[in-house]
Ligand binder design. Structure first.
Ligand SMILES: [Zn+2]
Length: 151
């Protein structure tokens, strides 16, 4: 039976134990064997505002201590997000960042204007993707640098 990743929603083959997109463990991974390979991580997820039409936001740095893979940081215009971006072109719940042991998964939450990965002098739309330990994403007119740092 293919299984759906509980973290990013990707369909994975039955014979793989971890999600091909985000590295999360298969949900029924409750046996002793998989418990042993399930690691904890000690890291900080840093989100830094590089550019924004909201001037007071430029240069702001949000830092989250992360102890286990699967930690989720929400980003959007609404105040209930952990990273609040009051850019009018950003959706109330725009995207979320999911920390895994091999990088950060960026998942767009069906935002109106999309989430773009900035790379190689250009940019492209992302839906759900592991962007590694360092990335720059654009939401509306705001560019965010994301970094997963050892702590
Ligand atoms: Zn996944």
């Amino acid at each position: 039976m293919p299984w759906r990743c509980p973290v990013c929603g990707t369909e994975n083959r039955d014979d793989v134990l971890t999600c091909k997109v985000c590295g999360a463990y298969k949900p029924e991974a409750t046996t002793r064997k998989t418990a042993q390979i399930k690691e904890s991580i000690s890291a900080s997820l840093v989100v830094e505002v590089l550019e924004s039409p909201v001037e007071s936001l430029v240069g702001r740095r949000f830092e989250f201590k992360v102890g286990t893979p699967g930690a989720v940081i929400s980003v959007g215009r609404a105040v209930e997000n952990q990273v609040i971006v009051p850019d009018p072109a950003v959706s109330r719940r725009h995207l979320r960042l999911i920390v895994t042991s091999n990088g950060v998964v960026v998942e767009d939450l069906g935002s109106s204007n999309g989430t773009y990965l900035v790379e190689g002098g250009g940019e492209r739309l992302v839906k759900v993707e592991n962007v590694g330990r360092q990335a720059v994403v654009r939401v509306g007119g705001t560019k965010l640098r994301i970094a997963l740092l050892p702590s």
